[in-house]
Design a binder for this molecule. Sequence first.
Ligand code: NAD
Ligand code: MG
Length: 396
Amino acid sequence: MQQVLVLGATGSIGLNTLDVLARHPDRFGIHTLTANRSVDKMVELVASYQPKCVIMACPDAAAELERRLSDRAVTSVLSGQAALEQAASSPDIDVVMAAIVGFAGLRPTLAAARHGKRLLLANKEALVSAGSVFMEACRQGGATLLPIDSEHNAMFQCIPASVGGRPDTRAVEKILLTASGGPFRGRSRDELQAVTPDQACAHPNWSMGRKISVDSATLMNKGLELAEACWLFDCTPSDIDVVVHPQSIIHSLVRFADGSVLAQMGNPDMRTPIAYGLSWPDRIAAGVQALDLVAVARLDFQAPDLDAFPCLRLAQEAITVPGGMCILNAANEVAVAAFLAGEAGFTDIDRVIERTLEVVPAADCCDLAAVEALDAAARASAREELAQLAGARGGA
Ligand code: NAD
Ligand code: MG
């Protein structure tokens, strides 16, 4: 019986994870669930899954949850960042699903890596920001790192494992990273000026949290995924081509030295990669509908439009600069939050990121403190850029 900690249990990935876990009560115990401050949702999850422990990152939310759960003594309630890290390090936990959104998930995810857990990584921002520190923590801690992002899970399924379970990329010639193109595929930059947060979050194929939905709409998600693939499969951006595939049926492909191209296909449902992460190298039922190829009928492919969606180009450049992806990720989180709050326009997102990359000095990050310092500097700079954009508009 594997005991599971779900970091970010109330989110889109967290809920899909619980759905898969509940199908296999003989294999998995739902030990600890965490969230930021969604008390109502957590009350429901405690009633459905009866975890031993619940952690709310926000202390006020934890206090409210404790009051609401006073009649359910079986579940203990903790709060704060340190509690998240302790849970991810605990000897009682075998499997950690890292599904907090953004840089906020870095510390507990790193703790799981350092303590040799089976680490299911959805929280791509943690790996992208902390790159070498993160991979070194996995190596030293002896963690089993399993990609949950659908594209990387597809690559992981296509690339054979070497002795020890790590992907054996020796015969890989090219990785083909697929992108849906998001809700604004085919639009020009001018047509993107006035789009709203709700339009940006209406993804054609996937139902996801709001931050990653905006990243999909700007194509920044593909930029983050490019860096994610470089770390996971020990390769460089020149080893990876981005291909727009609007149907999201193929989740990525790998071309080998002999000309073979392997693709992983399936309906766009995150329960497939989650189930594979939970059961690898076995496979378990995930509750996913069987793929009906006749109903799908056709699979299309296009090149990405880097003029309308400059975020992917910014990421391609930032990957080559030490600490560049940490700066880019921080600026993106600040700009996307401002867009979602109605305080910035859609095309301000790439402007703020581009300026932040120009202003914040590159720095090689050799430990967590350096990563956090660079992230903080980039956030402060991105906020200044946003204020300047707003000021320029106010004065116009
Ligand atoms: P979401 O917004 O739906 O959920 C985020 C979860 O993190 C929630 O449980 C929330 O309470 C928690 N959280 C937010 N801020 C926190 C903080 N400061 N401290 C502690 N907990 C916090 O997001 P999501 O769509 O489930 O995405 C989660 C991660 O998975 C992201 O990194 C995303 O890029 C990645 N991912 C998501 C999908 C998807 O289909 N949703 C696919 C691939 C990768
Ligand atoms: Mg993805």
